[in-house]
Design a protein around this ligand. Structure first.
Ligand code: RB5
Length: 144
Protein backbone atom coordinates (compact mmCIF):
# COMPACT_ATOMS: atom_id res chain seq x y z
CA UNK A 1 0.00 0.00 0.00
CA UNK A 2 1.42 3.44 -0.89
CA UNK A 3 2.43 5.65 2.01
CA UNK A 4 -0.08 8.47 2.60
CA UNK A 5 1.31 11.98 2.41
CA UNK A 6 0.15 14.39 5.11
CA UNK A 7 0.77 18.09 4.46
CA UNK A 8 1.50 20.34 7.42
CA UNK A 9 1.86 24.12 7.68
CA UNK A 10 1.85 26.79 10.35
CA UNK A 11 2.55 30.42 11.04
CA UNK A 12 5.02 31.49 13.73
CA UNK A 13 2.39 30.91 16.45
CA UNK A 14 2.20 27.25 15.49
CA UNK A 15 5.78 26.61 14.41
CA UNK A 16 6.85 24.69 17.54
CA UNK A 17 3.80 22.44 17.34
CA UNK A 18 4.41 21.83 13.64
CA UNK A 19 7.94 20.63 14.29
CA UNK A 20 6.80 18.24 17.04
CA UNK A 21 3.80 16.92 15.09
CA UNK A 22 6.00 16.26 12.05
CA UNK A 23 7.99 13.77 14.12
CA UNK A 24 4.78 12.06 15.24
CA UNK A 25 3.55 11.82 11.65
CA UNK A 26 6.82 10.20 10.55
CA UNK A 27 6.70 7.81 13.51
CA UNK A 28 3.14 6.83 12.53
CA UNK A 29 4.48 5.90 9.07
CA UNK A 30 3.25 8.87 7.03
CA UNK A 31 5.27 10.88 4.54
CA UNK A 32 5.29 14.54 5.60
CA UNK A 33 4.97 17.46 3.19
CA UNK A 34 6.12 20.53 5.15
CA UNK A 35 4.72 23.71 3.59
CA UNK A 36 6.38 26.06 6.11
CA UNK A 37 6.88 28.33 7.87
CA UNK A 38 10.53 27.61 8.52
CA UNK A 39 11.14 29.32 11.87
CA UNK A 40 9.33 31.38 14.50
CA UNK A 41 9.75 34.75 12.74
CA UNK A 42 6.45 36.55 12.18
CA UNK A 43 4.59 35.56 9.00
CA UNK A 44 1.01 35.89 7.72
CA UNK A 45 -1.12 32.82 8.44
CA UNK A 46 -3.43 33.14 5.35
CA UNK A 47 -0.46 32.41 3.10
CA UNK A 48 0.05 29.05 4.80
CA UNK A 49 -3.63 28.17 4.62
CA UNK A 50 -3.43 28.93 0.90
CA UNK A 51 -0.38 26.69 0.50
CA UNK A 52 -2.34 23.88 2.15
CA UNK A 53 -5.30 24.42 -0.16
CA UNK A 54 -2.99 24.31 -3.18
CA UNK A 55 -1.28 21.12 -2.00
CA UNK A 56 -4.58 19.32 -1.55
CA UNK A 57 -6.07 20.67 -4.80
CA UNK A 58 -2.94 19.55 -6.64
CA UNK A 59 -3.14 16.03 -5.24
CA UNK A 60 0.12 16.34 -3.32
CA UNK A 61 -1.67 15.34 -0.12
CA UNK A 62 -5.14 14.07 0.74
CA UNK A 63 -5.17 15.45 4.26
CA UNK A 64 -3.33 18.12 6.18
CA UNK A 65 -2.62 19.79 9.50
CA UNK A 66 -2.60 23.55 10.08
CA UNK A 67 -1.46 25.37 13.21
CA UNK A 68 -1.50 29.06 14.14
CA UNK A 69 -1.57 30.72 17.54
CA UNK A 70 -5.28 30.26 18.18
CA UNK A 71 -6.09 28.08 15.18
CA UNK A 72 -8.82 30.56 14.32
CA UNK A 73 -7.24 32.71 11.61
CA UNK A 74 -5.73 29.81 9.71
CA UNK A 75 -8.99 27.83 9.80
CA UNK A 76 -11.03 30.82 8.56
CA UNK A 77 -8.50 31.24 5.74
CA UNK A 78 -8.43 27.56 4.81
CA UNK A 79 -12.20 27.31 4.69
CA UNK A 80 -12.40 30.03 2.04
CA UNK A 81 -11.32 27.26 -0.35
CA UNK A 82 -14.29 25.16 -1.43
CA UNK A 83 -12.44 21.85 -1.39
CA UNK A 84 -11.17 22.35 2.16
CA UNK A 85 -13.05 21.24 5.24
CA UNK A 86 -10.79 22.51 8.00
CA UNK A 87 -11.78 21.73 11.58
CA UNK A 88 -10.38 23.63 14.54
CA UNK A 89 -10.43 21.18 17.43
CA UNK A 90 -9.54 21.40 21.11
CA UNK A 91 -10.08 17.84 22.29
CA UNK A 92 -10.19 14.27 21.02
CA UNK A 93 -13.99 14.22 20.82
CA UNK A 94 -14.07 17.04 18.28
CA UNK A 95 -11.09 15.50 16.47
CA UNK A 96 -13.14 12.30 16.13
CA UNK A 97 -16.39 14.02 15.17
CA UNK A 98 -14.78 16.20 12.51
CA UNK A 99 -13.80 13.03 10.68
CA UNK A 100 -16.93 10.95 11.34
CA UNK A 101 -19.50 13.66 10.62
CA UNK A 102 -17.72 16.37 8.61
CA UNK A 103 -15.13 14.39 6.65
CA UNK A 104 -12.66 17.12 7.58
CA UNK A 105 -9.59 16.97 5.38
CA UNK A 106 -7.58 19.46 7.44
CA UNK A 107 -7.03 19.31 11.19
CA UNK A 108 -6.46 22.73 12.76
CA UNK A 109 -4.82 23.28 16.13
CA UNK A 110 -4.00 26.34 18.22
CA UNK A 111 -0.37 26.40 19.26
CA UNK A 112 -1.11 28.90 22.04
CA UNK A 113 -4.49 27.57 23.11
CA UNK A 114 -3.98 23.79 23.22
CA UNK A 115 -1.43 21.74 25.14
CA UNK A 116 0.99 19.73 23.03
CA UNK A 117 -0.29 16.56 24.71
CA UNK A 118 -3.85 17.30 23.58
CA UNK A 119 -2.60 18.31 20.11
CA UNK A 120 -0.75 15.00 19.72
CA UNK A 121 -3.81 13.04 20.87
CA UNK A 122 -6.04 14.98 18.46
CA UNK A 123 -3.66 14.28 15.58
CA UNK A 124 -3.72 10.53 16.24
CA UNK A 125 -7.52 10.44 16.46
CA UNK A 126 -7.89 12.57 13.32
CA UNK A 127 -5.62 10.24 11.35
CA UNK A 128 -7.25 7.04 12.58
CA UNK A 129 -10.92 7.97 12.25
CA UNK A 130 -12.99 7.40 9.12
CA UNK A 131 -15.94 9.28 7.64
CA UNK A 132 -19.35 7.76 8.38
CA UNK A 133 -20.98 8.91 5.12
CA UNK A 134 -24.77 8.51 4.78
CA UNK A 135 -26.71 11.50 6.13
CA UNK A 136 -23.41 13.25 6.82
CA UNK A 137 -22.52 13.08 3.13
CA UNK A 138 -25.88 14.67 2.29
CA UNK A 139 -25.00 17.61 4.55
CA UNK A 140 -21.55 17.99 3.05
CA UNK A 141 -23.19 18.01 -0.38
CA UNK A 142 -25.32 20.94 0.80
CA UNK A 143 -22.19 22.81 1.92
CA UNK A 144 -20.63 22.17 -1.48
C1 RB5 B 1 -0.25 35.61 15.23
O1 RB5 B 1 0.20 36.50 16.17
C2 RB5 B 1 -1.67 35.18 15.54
O2 RB5 B 1 -2.55 36.23 15.34
C3 RB5 B 1 -2.05 33.98 14.71
O3 RB5 B 1 -1.16 32.94 14.96
C4 RB5 B 1 -3.43 33.42 14.96
O4 RB5 B 1 -3.67 33.24 16.32
C5 RB5 B 1 -4.53 34.08 14.26
O5 RB5 B 1 -5.69 33.69 14.31
Amino acid sequence: MPIEVIAIASDHGGFDFKEILKVDLKNFGYEVLDLGCDNDSSVDYPNYANKMAEAIAGGNALRGVLVCGSGIGISISANRHKHIRAALVHNTLTAKLCREHNNANVLVLGGRTTSIKVAKDCLKVFLDTGFEGGRHQDRIDIIS
